[in-house]
Design a protein around this ligand. Structure first.
Ligand code: LIP
Length: 292
């Protein structure tokens, strides 16, 4: 990781976290209500990488609220037109609907992910989330975290509670989340890694939202998670929630690999996944070659 960008003050961290929760909650209500939902608006990297009208509306709402509150901050959103360079030290990294395919099929596992980061989120390894929120509106779940502040979850209208990863210490008894990119070659790779990994763990869960997967490692409803092909907006807030909850995680989550796990299985899970990566031909390389 390059020189650590300056960390905001404790007071600013609290304000960033509060703002992340506020805008993610408002966008979550919009996404859940689906006013005038017109389904798919366009596709991106492949025919299955969809953008819904509600993705666009939610991102517009989030961007408007953040710009009104902090006009000098940058913005790095998943959907088209979602980037503006920061004049302050903060850039907002936003996935208006993480789990878009679930949303299209009305499967409740989708979330609004809003993270404040320092550094440049377009340069891998040069940025770090400092505050964030993940709101799963159909699940009634709100997760929040800030650097040094721990991680918290509220379910429905119930009380907010501090969260922590599971106490799992046996990889063979671990429930592990993963996902598969929209790119066909990366999907084939992911399936091949799964073939190597599945016999060594309790079971796999493919929930369909990296943000929720990472938050479920944070609260112990998954023992671990790994995935390749993620973008900063998929992982920024969830990775902070997981690490602030006390989960172990890859130091610099990138599209090459993102993982997080309960401390008791973290070393084993990373070892198994990296070994599987080593045995599976890298995307675009002939069989038999391996990627470091
Ligand atoms: C999704 C990720 C998920 C991954 C999906 C997709 P999106 O993000 O959260 O983990 O497996 O392929 O990338 O596209 O719904 O924002």
């Amino acid at each position: 990781m390059t020189d650590a960008p300056a960390m905001p003050s404790p007071e600013e961290l609290r304000e960033l976290e509060r703002l992340a929760v506020s805008v993610a909650t408002e966008a979550g209500r919009l996404v859940l209500d689906r006013p005038g939902d017109l389904g798919v608006a366009s596709t991106k990297s492949s025919g299955t990488d969809i953008v819904t009208v509600m993705d666009e509306r939610a991102q517009d709402l989030i961007r408007t609220r953040l710009a009104a509150a902090r006009p000098a901050d940058g913005f790095h959103g998943e959907e088209v037109g979602g980037s503006a360079r920061a004049e302050s030290s903060i850039t907002w990294v936003v996935d208006p609907i993480d789990g878009t395919v679930n949303y299209l099929y009305d499967i409740p596992a989708y979330a609004v992910s809003v993270a404040a980061v320092v550094g440049d989120p377009t340069v891998p390894g040069s940025w770090h989330p400092v505050a964030g929120a993940v709101v799963g509106p159909a699940l009634g779940e709100t997760y929040r975290a800030r650097v040094g502040g721990g991680a918290f979850r509220r379910r429905g209208q119930g009380p907010e509670s501090a969260i922590a990863p599971s106490g799992c210490t046996s990889l063979a008894l671990s429930l592990v989340g993963t996902g598969f990119s929209y790119d066909a070659a990366l999907r084939r790779w992911g399936a091949q890694v799964l073939v190597e990994t599945l016999p060594l763990i309790r079971d796999i869960r493919r929930i369909g939202s990296a943000a929720l997967d990472l938050c479920h490692v944070a609260d112990g409803s998954l023992d671990g998670y790994y995935e390749r092909g993620l973008n900063p907006w998929d992982l920024a807030a969830g990775w902070l929630v997981a690490t602030e909850a006390g989960a172990r995680a890859i130091e610099v989550p990138t599209s090459e690999l993102t993982w997080a796990a309960a401390p008791g299985i973290a070393e084993g899970l990373e070892r198994v996944v990296r070994a599987a990566i080593g045995r599976v031909p890298a995307v675009g390389q002939p069989s038999g070659s391996t990627e470091g």
